[in-house]
Design a binder for this molecule. Structure first.
Ligand code: GDP
Ligand code: MN
Length: 396
């Protein structure tokens, strides 16, 4: 789960990490009040969305008069911001963060990140921070310095000194740097983060390290024990169907293909997506209905998939173990009876009560194609969704 920059900075502030003074703005009145009360002469206005690349997309603006601030507010607020990290549609900006300006002597990059390949937490630093870091390091990673943290020993002084040396910074900054890395690692562990990325971390005029931008991501599976983080959950930033599905207790991830999938079990769901790919199609979603889904929930899940404008057909692939095939069949029939659009649906049911499940589907009189194997099902749904659909022998 991502949180906003201003939320991340408030969290860092609790641990005495230096961040610029800032104010959250959700209306023009807020802006007016804060500008006058604090007697501001200039400021930075930053769009708060769960995506980076804002600077290059015009989502971070320096203003030096109140009039300019109002103009930037009008330009950004309640408008969609498209950055290199959003979809083409962009994300609606409903919050701005206004900060006092910082005088930047140097921009650094510093991150504490889950290293999935090595199963450790790594620290990554660069003396070449700022908006171009992705481009600058795409081909040549030599400016990135990193070390892994031993989970038993914590951050070792040796690694800090070595990294600091390679950053070629003024020696006076070492104790600030070492403290900051240790604090970030402490926060990372305490809140079950998977990423804390500071870019840029700046050296300001007074030779202090200041966090100018912060991006944080947390492990969804640990949120149950992180009430402080959970309160930052912003459903507006997430795919609306993912939010809906998660409220039913389903694991759903939106993808950009044309074939909807309703499957039980994460492994079978992955295999089904592979099988669709092999057949020449593209999955529109990942959906694991888990083991406890009732017919109503299956119907709701099916309705979510069918209502996606990109979906041209649906493949249901269920191996009934904990789930019973008759319950799944009832859910499918319920949703297709009231479906908003007519699209081909291929169903493969195996396992507990599969005969009863097939009977329910056959007797429904709905245009549902039954199949006995996953790969046949994938081939069929891909053909039904492609232009040659007319030529397919449907052999129901
Ligand atoms: P991002 O593009 O989404 O990562 O947004 P950032 O918060 O990193 O802002 C983009 C860039 O704006 C930073 O890399 C800085 O160079 C610049 N910036 C942000 N705040 C200030 C500030 O207070 N003063 C100055 N001079 N530049 C700033
Ligand atoms: Mn940034």
């Amino acid at each position: 789960m991502y949180i906003h920059e201003y939320e991340a900075k408030n969290l860092l502030k609790k641990f005495d990490i230096a961040v610029p003074q800032g104010w959250l703005i959700t209306s023009k009145d807020d802006l007016k009040k804060i500008w006058t009360e604090n007697n501001l002469q200039k400021a930075v206005l930053k769009a708060q969305i769960h995506a980076g690349g804002r600077g290059k997309a015009g989502g971070v603006k320096l203003v030096s008069t109140y009039q300019e601030a109002i103009a930037v507010f009008d330009e950004l607020f309640n408008k969609k911001l498209v950055t290199s990290q959003t979809t083409e549609e962009g994300i609606l900006v409903s919050k701005l963060y206004m900060e006092e300006t910082a005088n930047i002597k140097k921009q650094l990059y510093l991150a504490v990140v889950l290293n999935r390949k090595k199963s450790v937490v790594s620290v990554v630093a660069s003396a070449d921070g700022g908006m171009d870091i992705e481009q600058n390091t795409a081909d040549d990673k030599s400016s990135l310095i990193s070390f892994n943290i031993d989970s038993e020993l914590g951050v070792k002084e040796y690694d800090l000194r070595e990294t600091f040396k390679q950053l070629s910074l003024d020696k006076m900054l070492y104790s600030q740097f070492a403290k900051l890395v240790k604090k970030l690692y402490h926060i990372y562990l305490k809140y079950d983060a998977t990423l804390i990325e500071i870019n840029p971390l700046i050296i300001d005029d007074d030779n202090n390290l200041v966090v100018l931008d912060a991006k944080m991501n947390f492990d969804d599976n640990a949120l149950y024990r992180q009430p402080e983080i959970l309160q930052f959950k912003d459903d507006k930033e997430q795919d609306e169907n993912e939010v809906k599905a998660s409220s039913y207790g389903l694991s759903y991830v939106a993808l950009d293909g044309e074939i909807g999938c309703l499957v039980n079990g994460a492994g079978l769901a992955m295999a089904t997506m592979d099988s669709i790919k092999f057949a020449g199609g593209n999955p529109a979603n990942f959906l694991d209905i888990g083991g406890k889904a009732s017919a109503d929930i299956i119907a709701d899940a099916m309705t979510i998939i069918i209502s996606l404008s990109t979906v041209k057909g649906v493949l249901v692939n269920v191996f009934g173990g904990i789930n019973h095939c008759d319950v799944i069949a009832k859910g499918i029939v319920m949703s297709l009876t009231n479906a908003s659009k007519n699209i081909p649906v291929v169903v493969r049911l195996q396992g507990v009560n599969y005969q009863e499940g097939k009977r329910i589907i056959e007797e429904s009189g709905l245009p549902i194609y039954l199949t006995d194997s996953m790969d046949e099902g994938s081939d069929l749904i891909v053909k039904l969704c492609s232009k040659e659909a007319d030529d397919v022998d449907l052999g129901r």
